[in-house]
Design a protein around this ligand. Structure first.
Ligand code: DX5
Ligand code: ZN
Length: 222
């Protein structure tokens, strides 16, 4: 089964609670929250107060995509704000295995399991995760260069998804695709081994987000 994760980067922040309710009613499986620091990526987006506010408005899992340098400094605070899944970029983590392990330990301490994700930029080789395959719950494959919503999907990710699925062997690790994902990408992504599709502009800029989520799910599973 494919999961659809609307990215709120493309939501109307003036009415964020309504936007969350809208995609929840439309069948979203989790809410993707893009945290940007103006250093790892050339953009600044949102941080702890927004995560805390969203946590109060939905029971859907919160999928935090940390596009920040030194993410290890902020993991505990994001966990306290309500993250269910914390994804760090491999390019930002010299001690990736330690960082992923510490995410899982945070969950263990609070009694609520927190999942650990590793994200790869478009030019990063799949081998970057080769020695952490037992430390991840999710591999996030960027299909645009991170920093902005509304960019164009890079089709070179298709073979990369397959390579990552092969590297993961039989492990039950999710692979999410993030960036420029539209309905037409759902089927090839799923066929190559993706289990989660992140979609920002495709969902929030549609007149009927529910229809888009339904079409993506149907295309991916059909
Ligand atoms: C890009 C973000 C994505 C983005 C997706 O840096 O990580 O999650 O918001 O938005 P779309 O689907 O519009 O590319
Ligand atoms: Zn993202």
């Amino acid at each position: 089964m494919i999961k659809i994760a609307p990215s709120i980067l493309s939501a109307d922040f003036g009415v964020l609670a309504e936007e969350i309710a809208r995609v929840e009613a439309a069948g979203a499986d989790q809410i993707h929250i893009d945290v940007m620091d103006g250093r790892f990526v050339p953009n600044i987006s949102m941080g702890f107060p927004i995560v805390t506010a969203i946590r109060k408005r939905t029971r859907l899992p919160l999928d935090l995509h940390l596009m920040i340098v030194e993410p290890e400094k902020y993991l505990a605070e994001f966990a306290a704000a309500g993250a269910d899944l914390l994804t760090v970029h491999v390019e930002a983590c010299p001690h990736l295995q330690r960082t992923l392990t510490s995410i899982r330990e945070l969950g263990a301490r609070s009694g609520v399991p927190i999942k650990a994700g590793a994200a790869l930029n478009p030019s990063t080789h799949p081998h970057a995760i080769e020695y952490v395959v037992d430390d991840v719950d999710l591999v996030l494959v960027m299909s645009v260069n991170p920093g902005f919503g509304g960019q164009t999907f890079i089709p070179a990710v298709y073979p990369k998804i397959r390579q990552i699925r092969t590297l993961l062997g039989g492990r039950r690790v999710d692979i999410s695709i993030d960036g420029g994902v539209k309905v037409e990408h759902a089927r090839p992504c799923a066929q190559h081994g993706a289990t989660i599709l992140v979609a920002g502009s495709a969902v929030f800029e549609a007149p009927d987000p529910g229809a888009v989520i339904e079409q993506m799910r149907a295309a991916a599973t059909g």
